[in-house]
Design a protein around this ligand. Structure first.
Ligand code: PRT
Ligand code: MG
Length: 222
């Protein structure tokens, strides 16, 4: 029997993935939001789920500790994608990576003047590339979370962060001034595992594709 390990994070990724897994005939036997277990058995003897930090998913898959994983495009851009095959956009956990500033900060004029802008973010690679493409000189400050705070206390002029409803920006008197890239979660596969376990993985891939298209038909993108 070929064993398959799938890495994913709890919270929004697990919540949005569970229906797709179900569509592929895979149901977790525990709820990661209430269980403390990091390895979850499923209804299928040969499939288990491992629960890791969102930004660690590509690492587990890259080194083959998991065969498959589900990770946001934001996380994959930072990781770089080495050793990973990325066959499917799951169209879940959607949001946008944006540049945001304080309501009273004139970003356009700072860009026009060629001012040096201080940018706080968790997404150093993506931010570096974005501002380099624009020909802007920026000082990047690495943070691990709550980026929205940085412009409020003078740590930075701008942030690069994910935005979905926009409520967090609004609540903190910030405004989005630039979209960098639309984000959604992707299925990732260890390249060696795909070759060695193709007979088991390919039908799962096909089932995921079908579950995604069924979902898209049921609720067309707004
Ligand atoms: O929380 P932890 O530090 O463990 O890691 P994480 O924040 O990377 O994980 P998690 O579970 O919060 O997010 C997992 C993935 O969900 C991300 O990698 C994204 O691909 C995706 N995703 C989709 C989001 C959002 N939408 C999102 N809105 N991830 C984070 N946010 C945050 C955002 O950073 C901001 O603080 O939500 C806030 C904004 O939301 P709105 O609705 O107020 O605009
Ligand atoms: Mg989070």
């Amino acid at each position: 029997m070929t064993r398959i390990t799938i890495a994913l994070s709890k919270g929004r990724i697990f919540d949005d993935t569970a229906p797709l897994l179900k569509g592929a005939g895979i149901v977790a036997l525990d709820d990661p939001d209430t269980s403390r277990k990091l390895i979850l058995a499923t209804n299928r003897d040969n499939v288990r789920l491992i629960i890791v930090r969102a930004s660690d998913v590509p690492t587990y898959v890259q080194y083959g500790a998991a065969d498959l994983g589900i990770a946001g495009k934001d996380v994959l851009l930072e990781h770089g994608g080495a050793g990973l095959y990325q066959p499917l956009d799951l169209n879940i956990a959607c949001c946008r990576m944006m540049v945001a500033v304080r309501d009273d900060f004139d970003y356009e004029s700072a860009v026009r003047r060629g001012a040096r802008v201080r940018v706080a973010t968790k997404y150093l690679q993506t931010a570096r590339e974005h501002f380099a493409e624009k020909g802007m000189h920026v000082d990047l400050i690495k943070l691990y979370g709550s980026m929205e705070l940085a412009p409020l206390v003078g740590l930075a002029d701008a942030i690069v962060d994910l935005v979905s409803s926009g409520n967090t920006l609004k609540a903190n008197h910030l405004k989005a001034v630039e979209e960098i890239i639309p984000i959604s979660a992707r299925l990732i596969i260890n390249q060696a595992a795909l070759k060695l376990k193709r007979e088991t993985i390919q039908p799962m891939l096909d089932a995921f594709s079908t579950a995604i298209s069924n979902k898209l038909i049921a609720q067309p993108a707004q």
